[in-house]
Design a protein around this ligand. Structure first.
Ligand code: ADP
Ligand code: MG
Length: 372
């Protein structure tokens, strides 16, 4: 078995990683890290959520940063504020034993720009940004990218599907030159091919890992067969069995998420909904309440919950099956983090059976029926 040391990662990072139970490199980490440590060429990594991409690009970046130069040397672009903050938090954890401090700052829209401008005046080695806010900061000349050697586009497909094509074009045109660009994405849709053709080297290294390489999170998959009308009753019953354990309920639509959260509140559960209609401020409030354990049950849509890394979630419930198999992986990946066991429960009706079979087949998992 290869270790992070074998891949070329320094002992101080290895120590911090193992404290976070990150010991055995994942497939994308095995393939990307040795290459990215060498630096120089562009890189395209295709891998699903939950395959450990943050460490795959984050460790080579942290290791390449010169702490004595107090200006940004790497820029990581992320589709949402939550994901950006999560990346910054993970990198911060990795630097715990670094002999010299490495400063990672995250900037994003929906929050006060003047405060972010002030933060950027302090020594900053790595910037994590959402595309729109980065452009604003560039316009105000509040960020200096002249020493940036590496640009990471994380969840590139998601940035495009959120409508950041123009912003990405502007940023990449601005930063084009001697810098290396590392792109990570679960899928490579046509718009992303354009970006790759326009801004990445034709010699870019390409690495792909399969669906099955998602970090094995020790998840137990179960389903309950019921009618749509019975679902909320089944859910309440399940919640009783879970005591104080916290978890996420996934709905397909915003309206569904809102009304289910209301039903839960009516039953006196500490619950709220996370969906695309919320203002950034409201999203933050909900997220904070969930992370601070003030909420026991968060009801979310797929897009709103993408990439969330909340610790200690005991379970997820698929109140509706997801539209794509891939989402089932994303959803279930919210539980059983950091070596804990997790439980993934699907509430399905007769018509959902073929969909569930397909998920089992594609992900090579077995989802067992339980009776509520
Ligand atoms: P992705 O960006 O591919 O969705 P992340 O980088 O966010 O995945 O990692 C998902 C979770 O897995 C995080 O909680 C992270 O700490 C953990 N993780 C990352 N690499 C490993 C590893 N090699 N072994 C165990 N856990 C890991
Ligand atoms: Mg990620």
């Amino acid at each position: 078995m290869k270790t992070f040391s074998d891949l070329g990662i320094n002992d101080t990072f290895v120590k911090a990683l193992s404290e976070n139970k990150i010991v055995k490199p994942t497939d994308i980490q095995l393939k990307a890290i040795p290459f990215l440590l060498e630096t120089g060429t562009d890189f395209i990594g295709q891998a699903q959520t939950g395959t450990g991409k943050t460490a795959a690009f984050g460790l080579p970046i942290l290791q390449s940063v010169n702490p004595d130069i107090p200006v940004p040397q790497a820029l990581i672009l992320s589709p949402t504020r939550e994901l950006g903050q999560q990346i910054a938090r993970q990198l911060f954890k990795f630097t715990r034993y670094s002999p010299k401090k490495i400063f990672v700052e995250s900037v994003y829209g929906g929050a006060r720009i003047d405060e972010q401008i002030n933060s950027l005046r302090r020594p900053t080695h790595v910037v994590v940004a959402t595309p729109g806010r980065l452009l604003e900061l560039l316009e105000r000349k509040a960020i200096n990218l002249s020493s940036v050697k590496t640009i990471v586009l994380d969840e590139a497909d998601e940035m495009l599907s959120m409508g950041f094509k123009e912003e990405l074009d502007a940023i990449l045109a601005y930063t084009k030159g001697k810098r290396q660009t590392w792109l990570f994405s679960a899928t490579i849709p046509p718009a992303l091919k354009e970006i790759i053709a326009g801004y990445l080297s034709p010699d870019a290294m390409r690495v792909q890992v399969s669906k099955h390489d998602v970090i094995n999170r020790d998840i137990e998959h179960k389903f309950v067969l019921c009618t749509n009308d019975e679902k909320s009753r089944v859910l309440f019953h399940f919640l009783k069995s879970q005591g104080k354990n916290r978890g996420l309920v996934f709905c397909r639509t915003k309206a569904g998420a809102k009304s289910l959260a209301q039903e839960l509140m009516d039953e006196n559960y500490n619950s709220d909904a996370l969906h695309g209609d919320l203002m950034q401020k409201e999203r933050d409030k909900v997220m904070r309440a969930f992370k601070n354990k003030k909420l026991q049950v968060l009801v979310a849509t797929d897009l709103a919950a993408r990439g969330l890394d909340v610790e200690e979630l005991a379970w997820v419930v698929h109140y509706n099956l997801p539209e794509q198999t891939e989402y089932y992986t994303h959803r279930s990946g919210r539980t059983a983090r950091a070596g804990r066991k997790g439980f993934s429960l699907s509430l399905i009706n007769e018509a959902d059976r073929p969909g569930l079979k397909m998920i089992e087949r594609e992900l090579e998992i077995s989802i067992k029926q339980i009776h509520s």
